[in-house]
Design a protein around this ligand. Structure first.
Ligand code: ADP
Length: 468
């Protein structure tokens, strides 16, 4: 039986800032459902993670070298929905609000990565493979290769977003890492210590979250400076598209919704009306509602929307946006919502329950990303029978098929270039199809038939593990 240790910086239902948490929270169960295997997950014990004391066991405490410092780590264990979770506690590094954004994030995740290695003797199983995710755990494949904590253990590293690399000044190598200077080469990029490089360079197998993104990041437009390294390692790089937990994201059972539904545009409309009411918008089942749920960062392409706002609002359409992020994007959206109260609502916070009501109540889900490794928003939208309008990049290209009114194929709408007019044209086309009931029925049927679960992708991961 395969024993796998997953390690990442966020995971639902414990802590979430974005799609990484959804993936780490759902892929282990999907793997275990597919095949008899044992997947455990190890996470930082952030202050914001509230665990039920009676269900959590303290396994052990041990020291973790971080340069000249010796930091204590306490290892906790919790069984939840058939998966064993381990948490590494250290109040200096993780006894803080939230997850990221501290001046010493680099040091915090060097500590976490090293603590994962030091925790291995205390786990109740011996991993065959350690599967780490994104820069926060990028040093783990390096430690596995260099320190060889378990004979024969292999490492897999998954890139969820190459934009965030965990870059630190080069002197942090000596300050924090406790390994010989000959290993700097495998972790250094452009004269800096780079955790993402460490993962790419040292992992036995490298994956990213869609086949298109796996190709794109080998080019300079998408590679965020690491494209030469990825071209060098392309033989071990695979793209596997993400899925979602379809029992968790399920309009048939989701208790956050006004009315549960399944393959019924009539019942879905009830959610739309309730959402319009909740948002203080005019209640009208004919007026198309476009939802956006997103981190508000440049990557997500909101600038295309704000550029074309006047044109979009000429249409009989309502826009409901939920997101937090860069102050300048937030300010632009706050101002637009203030100016157009009848058509735009902007919720500037993070709220899972409201997100579900928007996925369910909207007719369209707009995701005009400049780049998108996989994207879960469009998958959740499809699952809630909402038509995605996306830019053809990364996982958006791999999961949304543009509607073709002649062949009647397609489960959404898309545009190719990162261009505001192209996005507007795709949106106008989508609105026209919406107003043509026979064609709209075609698209709804294609949405109902779309696959958003982990089933196929879990099989791909398992065959890669087996091969390793
Ligand atoms: P990324 O991981 O780049 O942020 P994804 O589309 O892969 O983008 O995943 C985003 C996830 O975070 C989705 O589950 C989305 O619904 C959720 N999300 C983003 N912003 C918010 C918010 N303000 N409130 C609730 N959920 C949000």
């Amino acid at each position: 039986m395969l024993n796998i240790l997953f390690t990442a910086s966020e995971c639902t239902p414990f802590i979430k800032t974005g799609g990484l948490a959804d993936v780490i929270g759902s892929l282990p169960a999907a793997l275990q459902n597919e095949q008899h295997c044992n997947i455990n997950v190890i996470l930082p014990f952030y202050e914001d993670i509230k665990l039920n004391q009676s269900e959590t066991d303290l396994v052990s405490s041990f020291n973790v070298p971080v340069g000249w410092r010796n930091q204590e780590a306490s290892l906790y264990k919790l069984c939840h929905n058939n998966i064993t979770y381990y948490f590494i506690k250290n109040s200096y590094y993780f006894g803080r609000k939230g997850t990221y954004g501290y001046f010493d994030d680099g040091e915090r995740f060097v500590f976490f990565s090293r603590a994962v290695i030091e925790s291995l003797p205390f786990l109740s199983f011996t991993p065959d493979i350690i599967h780490s995710h994104d820069w926060q755990t990028g040093l783990i494949p390096a430690f596995v290769k260099i320190l060889q904590p378990i004979a024969g253990v292999k490492s897999v590293f998954t890139i969820h977003n190459i934009q965030y690399q965990g870059i630190m000044p080069a002197n942090m190598f000596n300050e924090l890492l406790n390994i010989g200077s000959e290993h700097m080469f495998g972790m250094e990029w452009d004269g800096l210590l780079n955790c993402m490089k460490a993962g790419i360079y040292h992992a036995d197998l490298l994956t990213t979250v869609s086949p298109s993104y796996a190709k794109e990041i080998q080019y300079s437009y998408y590679g965020e400076g690491l494209d030469p390294l990825l071209r060098e390692h392309h033989e071990k790089l695979y793209g596997v598209v993400n899925g979602i937990d379809t029992s968790e994201f399920n309009p048939k059972t989701d208790t956050n919704l006004h009315k549960n539904y399944y393959h019924s545009s009539e019942d879905k409309k009830e959610n739309k009306k309730a959402l319009q009411k909740e948002a203080n918008l005019p209640v009208s089942s004919e007026t198309p509602v476009i939802g956006i749920i997103s981190r508000l960062v440049e990557q997500k392409g909101l600038s295309l929307v704000t550029c074309m706002l006047d044109e979009i609002l000429q249409e009989d359409v309502q826009l409901i946006i939920l997101g937090t992020g860069d102050g300048s994007i937030e300010d632009t959206l706050l101002e637009a919502a203030h100016k157009h109260k009848e058509q735009i609502v902007f919720y500037n916070f993070f709220n899972e329950a409201l997100a579900r009501r928007i996925y369910a109540g909207a007719d369209f889900f707009l995701m005009p990303s400049r780049f998108e490794p996989c994207g879960l928003g469009q998958l959740i939208a499809l699952q809630y029978e909402t038509a995605p309008i996306v830019r053809e990049t990364g996982g958006l290209r791999d999961t949304v098929v543009p509607f073709n009114e002649y062949t009647k194929e397609g489960n959404g709408f898309s545009f190719t270039n990162f261009n505001a007019h192209d996005m507007f044209n795709a949106t106008q086309y989508a609105l026209n199809i919406y107003r043509t009931p026979e064609l709209w029925d075609n698209i709804l049927n294609n949405i109902y038939a779309s696959s958003t679960s982990w089933h196929q992708s879990a099989k791909k991961y398992l065959s890669m593990y087996e091969e390793l």
